[in-house]
Design a protein around this ligand. Sequence first.
Ligand code: HEM
Length: 368
Amino acid sequence: DNAVSFYGDAEQAGIRTPPQRHCVFMTFDLTTSSRTELQTLLATWSAASAQLMRGATIGQVEPSQPSAIGDDTGEAVDLDPASLTVTIGLGPRVFGDEYGLAAQKPPLLRELSQLPSEALDPSLTGGDLSVQACADDPQVAYHAVRSLARIGKKLGAASTRWTVTGFGRASAGKGQSTPRNLMGFKDGTRNIVDDADFSQFVFTGDGPDWQRDGSYQVVRKIQMRIENWDTDRVSDQNRVFGRHKLSGAPLTGTVESDTPDFSKTDASGAPVIDPTAHIRLAAHENNNGLKILRRGYNYTDGINQYGFLDAGLLFISYQKDPAQFETLQRRLGSSDALNEYISHIGSGIFFVPSAARSGTYLAQGAFA
Ligand code: HEM
């Protein structure tokens, strides 16, 4: 059936996994300062995630004892696993002094630097733990996050911090057709798909076993001014990205898969792909070969306080070093033509440890 395994000998599911259609992303604050309670939380979350990904409930929906509260909230009963993946990340504070884990800190885990043109809202930023639940059924993804939130609260160990509900994938994995973001452009055309690139750019590949298949997760809630965007000429929209809206082809080519030619000029000698075009600034050819894995989703929060459509991109990237994201975003944040239409309003950084080996829980090795 379409169940993905939680346990494994390599990385957690939900990174290399071709993006499912929907995603609920939530961050949590730790509400305990006890190392043992943190262990219990990770162990309970691991066991619950494994069951949820199998499509099972996490206990009784209607307990035999009539006065008991249900263990499972019930809304995913009769829905299939829908390729659910639950991917759990650990924020910088987990490795502070509080839990005695300072010596176990993944070497590159730290807060992100301040980056140009960001307008981060503190209520949409930070977090000690992250949960990325992706599935082909939005209710299955929501049930997973809700269940982990409920466990966190019941154990007195974690409380919710901020969340984004992604309703449609805006990135492509191996063998997938490229979906579109809310600006109407194909997103994920030139993404990481090859195993060699995953090894080179995404997974840490060193450290103790619980870190070796890990990756640094950067999450940004990026608001789009879509009403302004919708009044822009399509020729200008194409200039902003450096690609054609409908076909996804680079402005120097004819089909989506054509490699952009950044040196091509028009009759007047001007570059065909504008100096401020998003793809010129982000492309590995122009960043010393640097790549990241993008695994984004579209989101909408309805209508804002001024009556404007409120929507954007839940940007999630995975890299073996957070500096990969910072290098690209420093460049994009200062020069990207897209900046006129977007704002980074939320942010988080987490270390996503290796998958729990069968019979263990996530990051168990850190507590050895
Ligand atoms: C490419 C959209 C933010 C990194 C693209 C493409 C689109 C797009 C349409 C071209 C198709 C493709 O190759 O996937 C957006 C939108 C954003 C956004 C709408 C914000 C709302 C970011 C951010 C980063 C980033 C924050 C990294 C810091 C990249 C990279 C590429 C890319 C590396 C591939 C460029 C290439 O190799 O040609 N993006 N993007 N994007 N974007 Fe973004």
